[in-house]
Design a protein around this ligand. Sequence first.
Ligand code: KE4
Length: 427
Amino acid sequence: MKTKSQELFKKAKRYIPGGVNSPVRAGKAVGIDPPFIARAQGCTLWDADGNPYIDYVSSWGPMILGHAHPDVINALTNAIQRGTSYGAPTELEVEMAELIVTMVPSIDRVRMVNSGTEATMSAIRLARGITGRNKIIKFDGCYHGHGDSLLVEAGSGVATFGIPGSPGVPEDLARQTISLPFNNLAAVEETFQRFGDDIAALIVEPVPGNMGVVVPQPNFLRGLRDLTRSYRSILIFDEVITGFRLSRGGAQEYFNITPDLTCLGKIIGGGLPVGAFGGKRDLMARLAPDGDVYQAGTLSGNPLAMAAGLATLRILNQPDVYSTLEQRSNMFFSGLKSAAQEAGIPVMINRVESMGSLFFCDSPVTDFAGAKKSDAGMFKRYYTSMLEQGVYLAPSPFEATFLSLAHTEEVIGKTLDFAAKAFRSHL
Ligand code: KE4
């Protein structure tokens, strides 16, 4: 007997490539037919068959308050009475920009867009327009959306030109991007020594969440700041995940490093499609209509998205939010480590505040090469056991697990019991 989700997946594949609107949702890495989600509240999802799940995906990061938070629902309910889109400036956009400038240390001016991809794509164009240079440095395992310049994999050796990460990305463009091992400052220094006067920007997830979570080693981010400054390249922090996740001011506040441009997304939309990029006044002044670097968007600053994002950020500005998230996250991830150890399963856990990852390996994971050593079979069995017990994890080892304010100690305790059972089943 097929479940409703299975029937929906079969029908979806008749109309949507792969049956999904974003590849990772198809669950290919774990070989499952994905649950189709019908509704969500707090930290719970319900699928089309009415099965409940404790959600640790949080829509890939945005739902830091939990799903359907009453303040967000009220803000949207009020906003929608006034229409859905005007294609004109609104007061809500000004309020959002003011709040982001207030909260994020390095941002004097900010431009709203509709996704993280648009944010990083626009920041790269702005950096190239400002510097008149072409090359970009990124890091293996870091994901910055699907813009052509950033869907690039590492070349054959360190500090060599990138190769297309997908068919359709022109080789000539991929060669302008150099992808290096994360946490390897020597490789970055060597690359700047070789190409420094043609490097427009270095873009980095200050705490990568797309190879699983990897923690920057002491002085790595500071080293990137020093190198980009001395070669007059633009340092771009892709804070689409870490923005408002690690602290009110994101990773740049958490690590006290000031980038030149910052990309934002996810949390600032409160679950609606929003991205943003911002930075110092003189850099952002180069953007049209005042400047000559073009960037635009029909729905940029959409009033519904601004209403949901403002409601979310206002709650994150309340006292004790991040200390509560830290306490709950520490309980979850340290409990996970203990449960694995008790079952004799070798795991490494990387965590910063409320984003973390579990790797099935016995050596520290400090870059993508290390992350790829995690046992894929064990992950698949762990994922399946947790899903069967009603815990919804990201269906890939190269994603982050997110805690929200809706994950109570009771829910975390239950999750840890399920994880202990999964580990005991000798993955
Ligand atoms: P979007 O275009 O998907 O809104 O954002 C792209 C992006 C940019 N930068 C970082 C650091 C990101 O993590 C992302 C998107 N994250 C992925 C999962 N980690 C989104 C999930 C998906 O692709 O379906």
